[in-house]
Design a protein around this ligand. Sequence first.
Ligand code: SAH
Length: 462
Amino acid sequence: MRYFPIFVDTQNQHTLVVGAGEVAARKIELLLKTEASIDVIAPYACDTVKQYAEQGRIRLLLRPFEDSDIQQQTLIFVATDNPTLNAHIHQLASEKGIMVNVVDNTPLCRFITPAIVDRSPIVIALSSGGSAPVLLRYIRQKLETVIPHGISQLGNLFEQFRNRVKAAFNNVDDRRAFWEEIMEGQIAEHAMHGQSTKAEQGLIEKLTQAESNASTGSTKGAVYLIGAGPGDPELLTFKALRLMQKADVVVYDRLVSKDILEMTRRDAEKVYVGKAKSNHTLPQGDINQLLVERALAGQRVVRLKGGDPFIFGRGGEEIETLFEHGIDFQVVPGITAATGAASYSGIPLTHRDHAQSVVFATGHLKDNSIDLDWPALAQKNQTIVFYMGLAGLKIISDQLIQHGMPSDMPIALVQSATCESQRVVTGTLNDIVEKAEASELKPPTLIIVGTVVNLHEQLKWF
Ligand code: SAH
């Protein structure tokens, strides 16, 4: 990030614009939105600038620029048609450490002005650092349409009650929860539709209610057990995203991608409980305990899990503990690795000509064996999906052959399904171990066994 975004306080500050043509007028127009005083210096001025002067909104000095004009201004814009003069003013201002912007000449700008969506007191500033103005205009237009104009009034309401709400809650989390409830409800609607008295009354009522709750110490946390899907962030559900934005703390494991983690509330605490470098996972009992402790302390805990929490995710155990402690919770399903891998590799798990049933099994190795009902798995017209099976791939293929599956039965290994780095390796029960080793596949990898795998070549698209 070359340009660091900040908002400059303009109260009781002086600004200077050198130049008074149309280009300068556009910058003056921006400055007029602020509380700063504006001096404009130029030998002659365009009509717009003259008008601003006549209205008493700026001080216009119709004369050439002099070095002594640079004093202690907060910001200076330079927009003359004389490049030598522009560079000279840039130099003078820089020496004095004043923020100077030579319009349309980025090398001579100590700051640049962003594109602005103005819903004061809410102001959104956007910048591409000069690299993609068209894209920027597009994004700004989008924002203009999705952010209601009434947000201004809502912002004013928040400003008006800020101190009272602060006084009513001594804990930041409670304060935030209070404002969020206001934002999602009728009070915000009233404010945004200009019914400010109704909005104020509603807010006072809520505040009184919250104050009496606070005095009885009844803040309540909750746990949201959320399936984050197999990797592609676009596969999150709306509900997952909404609850992720509410988190005070996010407890996540190894399979949750960085992109998805970044979609949780930015200042939420992030707690990693997956495999650390030392190869230790936080024991399940400790994770359960952590969720309980945080929720009892009144926090909103997002427990993010790869895929679906109820498919090889131990989600059941986690909510049992929550239930025992009487903690509020919700479970949000996610797209499990099997359906993610199936779609993104073009291998339908069922198909009229191939498979009438599909089984999800764990290929997890324990004491060098896999405890499964092999005869039930090695059935005709059935697709088998193995989770956690890469290390046990040899045992899986041997067992399936031993229990009657043809050794040329197609099998696919899908690594990092739905992610940019997805890889698919196909073979038969006979040669897949060799192929897997040759292609150096790594976890997370999913195994799909069945004749549906033959459709991959024809249906792959990702
Ligand atoms: N709850 C998860 C599964 C957790 S078990 C879900 O519903 O998907 C972990 C196993 O899931 C991994 O060993 C791997 O076999 C599989 N897996 C998870 N994400 C995957 C991905 N993106 N690509 C391939 N396999 C994946």
